[in-house]
Design a protein around this ligand. Structure first.
Ligand SMILES: [Zn+2]
Ligand SMILES: [Zn+2]
Length: 486
């Protein structure tokens, strides 16, 4: 997949250099005590980034979204397929009419026999903790089937997204971080190491709760270690949260202060030292994970008419978003906001919207109130792009359903796969459970699928899903067949 190659450059909204990677526009500087590229136009000092860790993480996510079918499918420059009967075991075959090569596709019956019991078990309420034992599967067989099932579900979700996220839609997306627990794989005694804490970023549709993307800062195949070294997360003393601050505008103010107090803006210490290492692969700095996440999200939403991104108040999440969406920000088809939300329990409830201008960047913040099912909430919205001067009248329309879908999703997930159990699982396995849960949440467990699905798709039938994927993956030409079928 193609990603932006250069991540350094200005990230200030409305600066002429914003998003422009040309190094000739900037000068290197360590004036603020860290390596930065100074932008002479707006005066910003964005911290220097190393590109390989971002690209490695982005590639890693891309591979799980649509498996690499190219050796099978791209037999020649312009493959065109017709049905070509079945193999003896019942796998469908297709032939390329240009190069005459015959390809065998996945077998819906075989996969259904292997994978349907897993899905049925989970739908019957068996916990992921007990699934392998309940199905009396050995570790090896269970691992193989989990890999196949998650590959299938992930691919199907990608197909659904491609067909649903068209010119007709303008999604509002809530992006927030979450800390996921997994096994460190390091010996406790020697390393004083407990379970690993993984910085995870999630983007959820604000209207429907559809989870577009979950990604994290673990690079599993960290072979080219030297070029990635700059990307490694160095555990430090964990930063204090500001959730205890009741007023959302004060929360915004304290968040800016917290970010400014770091050695550099993007140096987030999200976990204690004993949780900051992993044996297999490498834990990378959250800023790199944020850039990789936004590269993928940008591609997922590429065909939509406009996008509203409600971002966690974290400067490097904003930096990653504006870097990925820079052309769309410029033509105003992407709008970026920060937001805080809190239950309104204090006495200083206000009826009029309040506003404040905060930070070095003079970002405008507004506080509004919202009532959901009898509960009062305060919302603070920071307008990053486009800038506004008056309190917006439509702030509430940015929150058409849940105020924080990420909280809802992760609370349910942690109930389904408790952190105490996740702490015993490899990150690979934890990701598989995240994928399965994302599928159930997005397509199966809601009243109706959270994005429109294909008419022929039966969401809880493995056979139907495999057949759909076979059809879509080869873009089968009309059934010229019967004559050519053998
Ligand atoms: Zn600039
Ligand atoms: Zn061919």
């Amino acid at each position: 997949m193609l990603f932006r190659r250069e991540y350094n450059g200005c990230k200030t909204f409305s600066c002429v250099n914003c998003g422009n990677p040309d190094p000739a526009l900037y000068s290197r500087s360590s004036r603020l005590g860290y390596a930065a590229w100074h932008c002479p136009e707006c005066g910003a000092y964005p911290p220097e980034l190393s590109n390989p860790p971002i690209l490695a993480l982005a590639e890693q996510i891309a591979q799980t979204r649509i498996p690499d079918v190219s050796p099978l499918i791209w037999c020649c420059a312009q493959p065109l397929f017709v049905k070509y009967g079945l193999t003896r075991s019942g796998s469908p075959r297709v032939q390329c009419i240009h190069c005459r090569k015959v390809h065998t596709l996945a077998n819906p019956n075989t996969l259904s026999k292997q994978l349907q019991p897993l899905l049925d078990g989970l739908l019957a309420g068996i916990s992921p903790v007990d699934l392998a034992a309940e199905l009396t599967l050995s570790n090896k067989v269970f691992s193989e089937r989990m890999a196949k099932l998650t590959c299938l579900l992930s691919t199907v979700m990608t197909r659904v997204e491609i067909s649903a996220l068209s010119q007709k839609v303008s999604p509002i997306v809530q992006t927030r971080s979450h800390v996921q627990v997994c096994r460190s794989g390091l010996s406790r005694a020697a390393n004083k190491q407990a379970e690993t804490h993984v910085w995870t970023l999630t983007s959820v549709d604000a209207r429907t709760g559809y989870v577009y993307l979950i990604s994290d800062n673990v690079l599993l195949s960290a072979d080219n270690a030297s070029c990635l070294e700059a990307g490694h997360y160095v555990p430090r003393v964990k930063e204090q949260g500001i959730d205890s601050e009741a007023n959302v505008l004060s929360r915004a103010e304290k968040t800016y202060a917290k970010i400014m107090a770091r050695t550099q803006f993007d140096e987030l210490a999200y976990c204690h030292e004993k949780h900051g290492q992993i044996a297999k692969g490498a834990l990378l700095r959250p800023v790199y994970a944020a850039h990789a996440h936004m590269q993928i999200l940008y591609q997922q939403l590429a065909n939509t008419s406009s996008v509203y991104l409600l971002l966690e108040h974290e400067s490097f999440v904003r930096g990653a978003a504006i870097t990925a969406f820079d052309t769309r920000v410029k033509n105003v088809t992407a709008n970026l906001y920060y937001w805080h939300v809190a239950a309104d329990i204090d006495a200083d409830r206000v009826s009029e919207p309040q506003q404040k201008t905060l930070s070095w960047w003079n970002e405008k913040w507004f506080r509004t109130n919202s009532e959901r099912e009898g509960q009062h909430y305060q919302i603070a919205l920071g307008y990053l792009t486009p800038r506004v001067s008056q309190p917006p009248k439509n702030a509430d329309s940015l929150f058409p359903s849940e105020l924080d879908w990420n909280a809802v999703f992760w609370q349910d997930f942690d109930h389904w796969l408790p952190p105490s159990h996740a702490a015993k699982l490899s990150m690979e396995r934890v990701r598989q459970w995240q994928t399965v849960y994302r599928y159930l949440h997005n397509i199966v467990w809601s009243k109706k699928p959270r994005l429109p699905i294909y008419k022929t798709m039966k969401p809880i039938s493995v056979e139907s899903l495999v057949a759909l994927e076979n059809t879509l993956s080869v873009a089968l030409v009309a059934d010229i067949s019967s004559g050519s079928e053998k």
